[in-house]
Ligand binder design. Structure first.
Ligand code: IGP
Length: 425
């Protein structure tokens, strides 16, 4: 049987036959699509070595050691960028040691203001930890480090043809404003988990994304309740603009398994430092990139998980072409995550076929889970929609798909088929 999940994909505007009309008899026999294992991916990184990245003539990255030496630029935001970067580097007395910082591009404006805010948040957190003395759990962890469990990276590593879903708890964003009034992040994470999400991403930034450390703690606590059950807990990502080890320690103390490191915000040297700190503190990191120079930086620092953000933070445009273009540059053995703009199962299958091991989905899931008409703590049909969508993302044998809402509902069955492997009815 042919596999309609392989390219070329129908365009979204093509009306998709998703279901037979009610009453149509099911075919007497079908089998799961034996999608062939993804072909070996070429290692295209030769073109992306750090030196070559500089030669691409991008703007100047103003982080780390480059802060002092950076040439003047007309962008008004640069002063703010420089301040944020300088504060970041000074915060723990570290910074890039020598060496030329190659270009990773100007920091997008949206990040500049967030990073300024983060520098203030970090200063406040450090003051709080210092005031509490050496016994503060963050101080203890920073002093001693912790063994790595690698639980997060293991949960995301999937064989070719399979996907891990990272379901995000996302209330709002700078580009979209309010997305969903999530009243009970823990309950939403329970539904994500029951549907088969390998991981939960919790945004902890308040002003930009409506999240908090309380959300993270609630989700960690909820997932911990699943220990020893089937399915077991989903691992948890602290989705934050990390600029300093103290935030990583804060994430670990709250029970997160991983943090996000955004190369566009940090540059190569600082990403490398914070990645090493992340591992020293026992956690894993998704290193996020959006273009070739950033990918080169992620590879150069030895990222074990690389997230390709399909959203351009300069224009907010989302295109899965970004995931497609960058996939060949992600070395074998590194877990590849496609982030942003995955709206329906076709998108998920498309990036799966590109060779991505995991997808990070926010808006589509929280909108499907809409519980604006309930108190958010009790049953809501929206939760089922979100679950169905996750199962549809995970399905690999489906030849039936359609607009998200329909696929969401019927995706439940498709997910079940996959978990049983090959079968006939
Ligand atoms: O809501 P979406 O389009 O499914 O995107 C989720 C996630 O990728 C996005 O929230 C994200 C990706 N990288 C980030 C960095 C910071 C904040 C948010 C993000």
């Amino acid at each position: 049987m042919s596999c309609r999940t392989t390219p070329p994909y129908p365009s979204r505007s093509t009306p998709l036959l998703c279901l037979p009309p009610p009453g149509t008899p099911l075919p007497s026999s079908f089998s799961l699509c034996p999608c062939p294992a993804a072909p070996p991916l070429p290692l295209g990184m030769a073109a992306f070595v750090p030196g070559a990245a500089a030669a691409l003539g991008r703007g100047t990255f103003l982080g780390s050691s480059a802060v002092a030496a950076a040439p003047p630029t007309p962008r008004a935001s640069v002063a703010a960028t420089r301040r944020a970067a300088a504060l970041t580097m000074e915060a723990d007395g570290s910074g890039a040691e020598g060496g030329a910082q190659y270009a990773v591009g100007d920091i997008p404006d949206v990040l500049v203001s967030i990073l300024e805010r983060k520098a203030d948040e970090v200063a406040a957190l450090k003051a709080e930890v210092a005031a509490a003395g050496d016994a503060h759990p963050i101080a203890v962890l920073l002093a001693s480090g912790a063994p790595r469990s690698k639980a997060f990276v293991s949960a995301l590593r999937k064989p070719p043809g399979c996907l891990a879903v990272i379901g995000e708890i996302k209330r709002r964003s700078p580009s979209k404003g309010l997305i969903s009034d999530i009243k009970d992040p823990a309950l939403l994470s329970r539904h994500y988990n029951e549907a088969g999400a390998a991981a939960i991403s919790v945004l902890t930034d308040g002003p930009g994304f409506g999240g908090s450390m309380a959300d993270l703690e609630a989700v960690v606590k909820e997932q911990a309740r699943k220990k020893g059950q089937y399915p077991g807990p989903s691992v948890v990502l602290r989705k934050e603009f990390i600029i300093d080890p103290v935030q990583i320690a804060e994430a670990a103390v709250a029970g997160a398994n991983a943090v996000l490191l955004i190369v566009a915000a940090l540059g190569e040297a600082r990403t490398g430092e914070l990645l090493a700190e992340t591992h020293r503190l026992g956690l894993d990191a998704i290193v996020e990139v959006h273009d070739e120079p950033e990918l080169a930086a992620a590879v150069a620092v030895g990222a074990e998980i690389i997230g390709v953000n399909n959203r351009d933070l300069r224009t907010f445009e989302v295109s899965l072409e970004t995931a497609e273009r960058l996939r060949a540059g992600i070395p074998e053995g590194v877990v590849a995550v496609a982030e942003s703009g995955i709206e329906e199962c076709l998108d998920a299958w498309r990036v799966r076929d590109m060779g991505y091991s995991a997808i990070l989905v926010g808006e589509a899931l929280v909108k499907a889970a809409d519980n604006s008409k309930t108190d958010g703590h009790s049953y809501s049909a929206g939760y089922n929609n979100a679950k169905g969508l996750i199962k549809a993302f995970l399905a690999k044998g489906s030849v039936k798909y359609g607009p998200s809402t329909t696929a969401a509902f019927f995706g439940k069955g498709e997910g079940a088929k996959e978990s049983l492997g090959e079968m006939t009815v």
